[in-house]
Structure formats: structure tokens, C-alpha cells
Design a protein around this ligand. Sequence first.
Ligand code: ATP
Length: 466
Amino acid sequence: MASLEGIQSKTQEIRDLTRMERTGAQSHIRGLGLDDSLEPRKISQGMVGQIEARRAAGIIMKMITQGKIAGRAILIGGQPGTGKTAIALGMAKSLGEDVPFTMLAGSEIFSLEMSKTEALIQAFRKSIGVRIREEAEIIEGEVLEIEIDKSVQSGAKSGKITLKTTDMEAIYDLGQKMIESIQKEKIQAGDIITIDKASGKISKLGRSIARSGDYDTVGSSSRFVQCPEGELHKRKEVVHTVTLHEVDVINSRTQGFMALFAGDIGEIKQEVRDQIDTKVSEWREEGRAEIVPGVLFIDEVHMLDIECFSYLNRALESESAPIVIMATNRGMTKIRGTNYMAPHGIPLDLLDRLLIIQTTPYNEKETQQILQIRCQEEDVEISDKALKLLTKIGMETSLRYSIHLITTANLVAIKRKSPEVDVEDVRRVYGLFIDIKRSSKFLQDYQSEFLFYEADDIDDKDVEMA
Ligand SMILES: Nc1ncnc2c1ncn2[C@@H]1O[C@H](COP(=O)(O)OP(=O)(O)OP(=O)(O)O)[C@@H](O)[C@H]1O
């Protein structure tokens, strides 16, 4: 059954291995771009315009951090490509590392491996953190020397590390995993480090003050710390946050924590969850743990069906519910699993609980600014004229389409050995890759030549916001 000890090391190991930086379409978003009084700056942290929606998101952030938003949820509605996902990610980035953030597309809950509600329960529990305080045994000291040898036959590495405090000095053997960790963290003589004895995790606290004169080996971001005093072995209180879902999986007898590596979790028994909840409330009573409600972002929420909406309605009542942010680009459409139409395809009783934020289309200047930020993010040099043309294309087709043209135009520019994208490159990729309008026209012109053309079957009620 769940014990505080060990949960941290296991989850940390998994996170190190499975954590992927969110690159791609949203990699330029680094926050909501608000000032200290929560007013949106015109361009900041990769965010452009959408002032009203960002202002509203800022107020919600404040409510989240003050714990005033339990039992409610937010809906971000707006046309495709108006920054709904960008705003949700901006909120996640501003909340900090300690607050869990889970992203789920409505369609992801339809899987053969688990029921829809199980998928939602897992998403909820991934978004609830448990901040745990525990005493850990650590070794803390200044690195005097590191010696790493590689076996000629097997290639396996072995090594030794000499650590000191102001009072003592000792040599420790290094295992394969610790050697990797030392190399990854670029640990060298003169660094002050701690080693967690249970997990073998090595963290760098900074450089020894005694080394502050070695300018050649020190970057400007180095922190200087005193060489520790006393014993090398110490007990220290450490605080870390795991999610309820991670605790569930680690304690699920059928799955075991290895399942987190594979992402192949399957269903978790309700009795396991009940036991975990009881255990966590014991830890809370003992003052060893506290709950950190995180954020669950459900994109394409119109893809959920009536059963899921009914689950959401109930789950939001729970005292430790995460903040649920939903996004949709649908207007009036059918609630899945029923024949009823509703705004955004969401039942009215759930809609009534939501704070609704609206995103609006961008003007030419904002579109150009977003494209410019994307060019910088993708390390693409672009001429003013080419950027103007790309903006014009963005206004006439879609922002997403013109963002896609950046990478492709850059490849064409590289092929003709030009250091920057010019008008001819944009023209070329505009001709090679068609946007939705041209694609639809092509389909209309040649529809009779496609297989399985059954125009009468198309349900024209399910329309995106126009
Ligand atoms: N205000 C903004 N500032 C900077 N980048 C933005 C902004 N709005 C949108 N983008 C960028 O434009 C692209 C499309 O935006 P995003 O995916 O957030 O739209 P969406 O509203 O979620 O669209 P959909 O309804 O199709 O899911 C992304 O690369 C996003 O980062």
C-alpha cells in the first residue's frame, strides 16, 4: 500500500524519462504576458493581442492561486486558430512547475482500453497534486574529485567521487545511473551537490564560494554557496509534489509503476483509489501532505458525450476537484449521444456552471506579429516583403495555414541557398500546399471523380463557428 517513502523517487524517475518539452505549434508561448496588476501587455511571453480573453484568464489565475474557484469551470469559445489552446497553455506556464496541468482532447476518451468515465477519472486525478513533506537521508558536500573509467571489454562505466565538508572528506563508489546523472548535470570539482540516498538522485546546489575566482569555468548563471559544515550524511526535510494518478498507478497491483513508462495503464480499480484517498487524508491530518488542485484542460470539448458531461457535472462538486478549462470552436451543435442541439454542444446545466471566455479573430497587425514570433521561434530569417505576403495569406486563409508555410518556405529558401525566406519562396509553397478554400473548390469541381461521393449524408448542422 501507498507509503510516502519511495513515491517521490519512482515518480521523479518516470518524469525524467517521459517528460517531453512542448515544442511545435505552441512552443513560443511562455506565459499569459500579463503585468503585475494582471493587465495584458500587447506583446509579451510570446502572446499577442486577444487582450480581453487574456485579461479574463488573468483574473481566473488569481482566483486559482487564492483557491477561490473550486466547483467551477471555464469555457474558452472562439473560432479555430484564435488562440484558445495558446491561452490555456499560457495559464499553465504561469501557474508554475508545482501545479499539475493535464491536457486532453475530447476525442481521446474514446478508447478500447478503458471506459469513457475511467479516462475522465484518470484525467481528473492527473490534475490533482499531493504536496508531500518527508525526511530524506542525503549526502551533501563539495566535490573534490570525480574519476570515471570505462571498461574496454563491456563498455560499462564505473567511478568514484570524493566529497568534503568543512570538517571531513570521504570517497564514494559511483553506479552506472549516478555516472549518467553526473554527466547530465555537468557536475565537476568545486560544485556543491546533494545525493538522495534512496533514489541516488543527484542535485547541484551551486558552486563553492572558494571557487568564485575561477571565471573561466563559471557561467554567469552560477550560484555560489558555502561549503557545507559537519557530517556528509544528513537528514533533511524535502517537499515534492506527485499527482493522485501517479500514486494510484504506483500502488495498483495489476499495473505497477512500470506502466507509467509505457503509458499503458488500463483501468484502475476503484478500491485502489479509495485506499489512496483514505491514506492521503491521513497524511493531511498528520500535516505531512496537502492537496494542490491543478488544471485539467479539455480541448474539443464538444467531442464529449452526454455521459461524460453528466460525470463532469458531478465531479466538479468534489472538494478537491481541479480547475477544468474547456475549449471549443463549435457554435450550435448536437450534444453527442442525444438529438438535442445546444450552444457549443454542451448541456445547459453544465454551461450554467461555466465562466465563459471568448476569443476573437486577429487583425492584420496581430497576425503579422504572431507570424513574426513564429519565425523567430523556428529560427527562420524572413524579408519584410515575404512577411507581409505571409500575413496577407494568413488573413485570407487561416493563421494556422500561414504558420505552416514558414517551415516549408524556409526549406525552399535553403534549397536555393538563400539565408532568408523571400517572396518567391512563400509564393512557391503557396502553390505547392493548398489551403482549405482552394481544397474545397477543387473537391467541388471534381467531386464526381472521387470514390464514395454521398453528398446527402453530410450533416450540415454540425458547423464550426463562423
Ligand atoms: N494571441 C496569440 N499570441 C501568439 N500566438 C498565438 C496567439 N493566438 C494563436 N496563436 C498561435 O496560433 C496557432 C493556432 O492557435 P491555437 O492552436 O491556440 O488556436 P485554437 O483557438 O486552439 O484553435 P482550434 O479551435 O482550431 O483548436 C498556434 O500556433 C498558436 O500558438
